[in-house]
Design a protein around this ligand. Sequence first.
Ligand SMILES: [Zn+2]
Ligand SMILES: [Zn+2]
Length: 305
Amino acid sequence: MFEILFLGTSASAPSARRGLSAHIVKHDEYRFLVDCGEGTQRQILQSGAGFKRLTRVLLTHGHLDHILGLGGLLSTFMRWEAIEELEIFGGRSALDRVHDLLYGVVLRGIQAPMPLHLREIKPGLIFDAQDFSVTAFPVTHRGPDCFGYLFEGKPHRPFLVDKAEKLGLPPGPERRDLVEGRSVSLADGRQIEPDDVLGPSQRGVKLVVVGDVGRTDDLLEVCQDADGLVIESTYLDAEADMARQFSHLTARQAAELAVKANVKQLMLTHISRRYRERDVLAEAQSVFPEAKVARDFDHYLIKRT
Ligand SMILES: [Zn+2]
Ligand SMILES: [Zn+2]
Protein backbone atom coordinates (compact mmCIF):
# COMPACT_ATOMS: atom_id res chain seq x y z
CA MET A 1 0.00 0.00 0.00
CA PHE A 2 1.11 3.56 -0.71
CA GLU A 3 -0.20 6.72 0.90
CA ILE A 4 -0.23 10.11 -0.72
CA LEU A 5 -0.60 13.41 1.12
CA PHE A 6 -1.20 16.49 -1.00
CA LEU A 7 0.62 19.56 0.33
CA GLY A 8 0.12 21.95 -2.59
CA THR A 9 -2.35 21.62 -5.43
CA SER A 10 -2.24 24.98 -7.23
CA ALA A 11 -0.78 25.68 -10.67
CA SER A 12 1.89 28.36 -11.26
CA ALA A 13 0.95 30.67 -8.36
CA PRO A 14 -0.67 29.90 -5.01
CA SER A 15 -4.28 30.75 -4.32
CA ALA A 16 -5.92 31.53 -0.97
CA ARG A 17 -6.78 27.87 -0.52
CA ARG A 18 -4.06 26.06 -2.47
CA GLY A 19 -0.30 26.02 -2.09
CA LEU A 20 2.23 25.29 -4.81
CA SER A 21 3.07 21.80 -5.99
CA ALA A 22 4.27 19.31 -3.40
CA HIS A 23 3.09 15.98 -2.11
CA ILE A 24 4.42 13.21 0.06
CA VAL A 25 4.33 9.58 -1.06
CA LYS A 26 4.73 7.17 1.83
CA HIS A 27 5.33 3.43 2.04
CA ASP A 28 6.11 1.93 5.45
CA GLU A 29 9.01 3.94 6.85
CA TYR A 30 9.93 5.46 3.47
CA ARG A 31 8.76 8.97 2.56
CA PHE A 32 9.33 10.85 -0.69
CA LEU A 33 8.59 14.54 -1.18
CA VAL A 34 7.54 14.96 -4.81
CA ASP A 35 8.27 18.57 -5.86
CA CYS A 36 8.73 21.39 -3.41
CA GLY A 37 6.95 24.58 -4.42
CA GLU A 38 7.28 27.79 -2.43
CA GLY A 39 5.71 27.46 1.03
CA THR A 40 6.04 23.68 1.22
CA GLN A 41 7.71 23.72 4.64
CA ARG A 42 4.72 25.46 6.18
CA GLN A 43 2.37 22.99 4.52
CA ILE A 44 4.43 20.14 5.98
CA LEU A 45 4.04 21.65 9.45
CA GLN A 46 0.35 22.36 9.03
CA SER A 47 -0.34 18.84 7.77
CA GLY A 48 1.33 17.35 10.85
CA ALA A 49 3.57 15.23 8.60
CA GLY A 50 6.78 16.66 10.11
CA PHE A 51 10.28 16.67 8.63
CA LYS A 52 11.51 13.43 10.13
CA ARG A 53 12.70 10.92 7.53
CA LEU A 54 11.76 13.35 4.76
CA THR A 55 15.18 12.89 3.26
CA ARG A 56 14.33 12.22 -0.39
CA VAL A 57 12.93 14.78 -2.82
CA LEU A 58 11.88 13.78 -6.35
CA LEU A 59 11.55 16.69 -8.79
CA THR A 60 9.28 16.41 -11.81
CA HIS A 61 10.93 19.37 -13.55
CA GLY A 62 12.65 22.66 -12.85
CA HIS A 63 9.86 25.25 -13.16
CA LEU A 64 9.85 27.63 -10.22
CA ASP A 65 6.42 26.60 -8.90
CA HIS A 66 7.91 23.15 -8.26
CA ILE A 67 11.31 23.95 -6.73
CA LEU A 68 11.43 27.30 -4.91
CA GLY A 69 10.42 25.75 -1.59
CA LEU A 70 13.74 23.92 -1.45
CA GLY A 71 15.47 27.21 -0.55
CA GLY A 72 13.28 27.78 2.50
CA LEU A 73 13.41 24.16 3.51
CA LEU A 74 17.22 24.11 3.49
CA SER A 75 17.32 27.42 5.33
CA THR A 76 15.19 25.94 8.11
CA PHE A 77 17.33 22.83 8.24
CA MET A 78 20.38 25.08 8.69
CA ARG A 79 18.92 26.65 11.81
CA TRP A 80 16.54 24.33 13.60
CA GLU A 81 15.46 21.06 12.22
CA ALA A 82 17.87 18.16 12.33
CA ILE A 83 17.71 15.90 9.31
CA GLU A 84 20.30 13.23 8.68
CA GLU A 85 20.64 13.65 4.91
CA LEU A 86 18.94 15.31 1.93
CA GLU A 87 18.86 13.66 -1.48
CA ILE A 88 17.29 15.60 -4.35
CA PHE A 89 16.55 13.58 -7.50
CA GLY A 90 15.77 15.28 -10.81
CA GLY A 91 16.72 15.81 -14.43
CA ARG A 92 19.85 17.76 -15.33
CA SER A 93 18.15 21.10 -16.02
CA ALA A 94 16.04 21.00 -12.82
CA LEU A 95 19.13 20.20 -10.77
CA ASP A 96 21.13 23.01 -12.41
CA ARG A 97 18.53 25.47 -11.23
CA VAL A 98 18.29 23.88 -7.78
CA HIS A 99 22.07 24.02 -7.54
CA ASP A 100 21.99 27.79 -8.20
CA LEU A 101 19.24 28.25 -5.62
CA LEU A 102 20.84 26.20 -2.87
CA TYR A 103 24.54 26.95 -3.39
CA GLY A 104 24.26 30.44 -4.92
CA VAL A 105 21.52 31.91 -2.73
CA VAL A 106 21.00 29.86 0.43
CA LEU A 107 24.42 28.43 1.32
CA ARG A 108 26.80 30.92 -0.38
CA GLY A 109 29.96 29.15 0.68
CA ILE A 110 28.63 27.79 3.97
CA GLN A 111 28.70 24.03 4.40
CA ALA A 112 25.28 22.36 4.21
CA PRO A 113 24.17 21.20 7.67
CA MET A 114 23.76 17.62 6.45
CA PRO A 115 25.08 15.55 3.55
CA LEU A 116 23.33 17.12 0.55
CA HIS A 117 23.19 15.17 -2.70
CA LEU A 118 21.82 16.33 -6.04
CA ARG A 119 21.19 13.10 -7.93
CA GLU A 120 20.78 13.45 -11.67
CA ILE A 121 18.37 10.86 -12.98
CA LYS A 122 17.74 9.21 -16.31
CA PRO A 123 14.67 7.16 -17.21
CA GLY A 124 14.72 3.88 -15.29
CA LEU A 125 14.98 2.56 -11.75
CA ILE A 126 16.02 5.22 -9.25
CA PHE A 127 15.21 3.60 -5.91
CA ASP A 128 14.95 -0.02 -4.92
CA ALA A 129 13.78 -1.29 -1.53
CA GLN A 130 12.90 -4.76 -0.36
CA ASP A 131 9.26 -4.71 -1.37
CA PHE A 132 8.85 -1.71 -3.71
CA SER A 133 10.72 0.35 -6.26
CA VAL A 134 10.59 3.82 -7.79
CA THR A 135 11.12 4.25 -11.53
CA ALA A 136 11.47 7.56 -13.40
CA PHE A 137 9.95 7.94 -16.87
CA PRO A 138 10.17 10.85 -19.31
CA VAL A 139 7.18 13.17 -19.81
CA THR A 140 6.63 15.92 -22.33
CA HIS A 141 6.40 19.45 -20.92
CA ARG A 142 8.15 22.77 -21.62
CA GLY A 143 11.89 22.26 -21.47
CA PRO A 144 14.09 19.16 -21.26
CA ASP A 145 14.41 16.47 -18.59
CA CYS A 146 10.84 16.34 -17.26
CA PHE A 147 9.94 13.17 -15.38
CA GLY A 148 7.08 11.26 -13.84
CA TYR A 149 7.51 8.60 -11.16
CA LEU A 150 6.17 5.09 -10.89
CA PHE A 151 5.94 3.65 -7.37
CA GLU A 152 5.44 -0.06 -7.60
CA GLY A 153 5.18 -2.82 -5.02
CA LYS A 154 7.05 -6.00 -5.94
CA PRO A 155 5.09 -9.12 -6.85
CA HIS A 156 4.50 -11.37 -3.87
CA ARG A 157 2.76 -14.63 -2.99
CA PRO A 158 0.05 -14.27 -0.33
CA PHE A 159 0.18 -16.45 2.77
CA LEU A 160 -2.87 -18.76 2.82
CA VAL A 161 -3.94 -18.90 6.46
CA ASP A 162 -6.57 -21.60 5.77
CA LYS A 163 -3.97 -23.97 4.38
CA ALA A 164 -1.58 -23.24 7.23
CA GLU A 165 -4.30 -23.99 9.81
CA LYS A 166 -5.17 -27.27 8.06
CA LEU A 167 -1.51 -28.30 8.19
CA GLY A 168 -1.41 -27.45 11.91
CA LEU A 169 1.26 -24.83 11.36
CA PRO A 170 1.61 -22.76 14.53
CA PRO A 171 1.66 -18.94 14.30
CA GLY A 172 5.18 -17.60 14.70
CA PRO A 173 8.59 -17.70 13.06
CA GLU A 174 7.82 -20.79 10.95
CA ARG A 175 5.22 -18.79 9.03
CA ARG A 176 7.67 -15.98 8.44
CA ASP A 177 10.27 -18.44 7.14
CA LEU A 178 7.75 -19.90 4.69
CA VAL A 179 6.71 -16.43 3.46
CA GLU A 180 10.38 -15.68 2.85
CA GLY A 181 10.75 -18.89 0.82
CA ARG A 182 12.36 -21.27 3.31
CA SER A 183 10.96 -24.72 4.15
CA VAL A 184 10.43 -25.53 7.83
CA SER A 185 10.45 -28.73 9.93
CA LEU A 186 7.72 -29.08 12.54
CA ALA A 187 8.17 -30.66 15.99
CA ASP A 188 6.42 -33.84 14.78
CA GLY A 189 9.01 -34.28 12.04
CA ARG A 190 6.91 -33.14 9.08
CA GLN A 191 8.54 -30.85 6.53
CA ILE A 192 6.43 -27.94 5.14
CA GLU A 193 7.38 -26.29 1.86
CA PRO A 194 6.58 -22.68 0.90
CA ASP A 195 4.43 -23.98 -1.98
CA ASP A 196 2.19 -25.72 0.60
CA VAL A 197 1.02 -22.41 2.13
CA LEU A 198 1.64 -19.68 -0.47
CA GLY A 199 -0.83 -18.70 -3.18
CA PRO A 200 0.02 -17.74 -6.77
CA SER A 201 2.16 -14.63 -7.31
CA GLN A 202 0.26 -11.32 -7.33
CA ARG A 203 1.46 -8.06 -8.79
CA GLY A 204 2.24 -5.23 -6.36
CA VAL A 205 0.29 -2.01 -5.94
CA LYS A 206 1.03 0.60 -8.61
CA LEU A 207 0.96 4.38 -8.13
CA VAL A 208 1.88 6.76 -10.98
CA VAL A 209 2.73 10.38 -10.18
CA VAL A 210 2.97 12.81 -13.11
CA GLY A 211 3.74 16.50 -12.71
CA ASP A 212 3.25 19.06 -15.46
CA VAL A 213 2.70 17.44 -18.83
CA GLY A 214 1.43 18.38 -22.27
CA ARG A 215 0.53 15.06 -23.85
CA THR A 216 -0.74 11.71 -22.68
CA ASP A 217 -0.33 9.27 -25.56
CA ASP A 218 3.18 8.38 -24.39
CA LEU A 219 1.91 7.77 -20.81
CA LEU A 220 -0.57 5.06 -21.68
CA GLU A 221 1.82 2.20 -21.11
CA VAL A 222 3.21 3.32 -17.76
CA CYS A 223 -0.29 4.11 -16.48
CA GLN A 224 -1.82 0.80 -17.61
CA ASP A 225 -3.91 -0.75 -14.78
CA ALA A 226 -2.45 1.63 -12.18
CA ASP A 227 -4.20 1.55 -8.82
CA GLY A 228 -3.61 5.29 -8.49
CA LEU A 229 -2.74 8.12 -10.87
CA VAL A 230 -1.84 11.64 -9.76
CA ILE A 231 -1.68 14.01 -12.71
CA GLU A 232 -1.99 17.69 -13.50
CA SER A 233 -5.19 19.27 -14.74
CA THR A 234 -4.33 22.89 -15.39
CA TYR A 235 -6.97 23.84 -17.97
CA LEU A 236 -10.54 23.12 -19.00
CA ASP A 237 -11.57 21.87 -22.40
CA ALA A 238 -12.86 25.33 -23.39
CA GLU A 239 -9.24 26.51 -23.31
CA ALA A 240 -7.66 23.43 -24.82
CA ASP A 241 -5.70 25.64 -27.24
CA MET A 242 -4.02 27.39 -24.36
CA ALA A 243 -3.31 24.07 -22.67
CA ARG A 244 -1.55 22.92 -25.84
CA GLN A 245 0.37 26.16 -26.14
CA PHE A 246 1.78 25.94 -22.60
CA SER A 247 2.17 22.15 -22.66
CA HIS A 248 -0.42 21.39 -19.99
CA LEU A 249 -3.49 19.14 -19.85
CA THR A 250 -7.19 19.79 -19.63
CA ALA A 251 -9.28 17.95 -17.06
CA ARG A 252 -10.84 16.03 -19.94
CA GLN A 253 -7.49 14.86 -21.31
CA ALA A 254 -6.35 13.67 -17.88
CA ALA A 255 -9.59 11.76 -17.38
CA GLU A 256 -9.42 10.24 -20.87
CA LEU A 257 -5.96 8.91 -20.10
CA ALA A 258 -7.28 7.32 -16.89
CA VAL A 259 -10.09 5.60 -18.79
CA LYS A 260 -7.87 4.36 -21.61
CA ALA A 261 -5.26 3.03 -19.19
CA ASN A 262 -7.83 1.38 -16.91
CA VAL A 263 -6.67 3.40 -13.90
CA LYS A 264 -8.56 2.72 -10.66
CA GLN A 265 -8.14 6.00 -8.73
CA LEU A 266 -7.59 9.35 -10.45
CA MET A 267 -6.44 12.35 -8.42
CA LEU A 268 -6.11 15.65 -10.26
CA THR A 269 -3.82 18.42 -9.08
CA HIS A 270 -2.04 21.59 -10.37
CA ILE A 271 -5.39 23.40 -10.44
CA SER A 272 -5.48 26.87 -11.95
CA ARG A 273 -6.95 29.89 -10.18
CA ARG A 274 -8.82 30.59 -13.41
CA TYR A 275 -11.42 27.97 -12.64
CA ARG A 276 -13.82 26.86 -9.96
CA GLU A 277 -12.96 23.47 -8.52
CA ARG A 278 -16.43 22.15 -9.26
CA ASP A 279 -16.07 22.91 -12.96
CA VAL A 280 -12.77 21.00 -13.11
CA LEU A 281 -14.38 18.12 -11.25
CA ALA A 282 -17.47 18.10 -13.48
CA GLU A 283 -15.39 17.98 -16.66
CA ALA A 284 -13.22 15.14 -15.36
CA GLN A 285 -16.17 13.19 -13.99
CA SER A 286 -18.05 13.43 -17.29
CA VAL A 287 -15.33 11.09 -18.60
CA PHE A 288 -14.14 9.27 -15.45
CA PRO A 289 -16.97 9.31 -12.88
CA GLU A 290 -14.72 8.50 -9.90
CA ALA A 291 -12.23 11.31 -10.61
CA LYS A 292 -11.17 13.44 -7.63
CA VAL A 293 -9.74 16.93 -7.55
CA ALA A 294 -7.17 16.94 -4.77
CA ARG A 295 -7.17 19.74 -2.18
CA ASP A 296 -4.26 20.72 0.03
CA PHE A 297 -3.94 18.23 2.92
CA ASP A 298 -6.06 15.56 1.23
CA HIS A 299 -4.78 12.10 2.00
CA TYR A 300 -5.39 9.00 -0.12
CA LEU A 301 -4.58 5.34 0.38
CA ILE A 302 -3.56 3.47 -2.76
CA LYS A 303 -4.21 -0.25 -2.49
CA ARG A 304 -4.13 -3.08 -4.96
CA THR A 305 -7.58 -3.47 -6.44
ZN1 LIG B 1 3.77 23.79 -12.61
ZN1 LIG C 1 5.88 23.36 -15.45
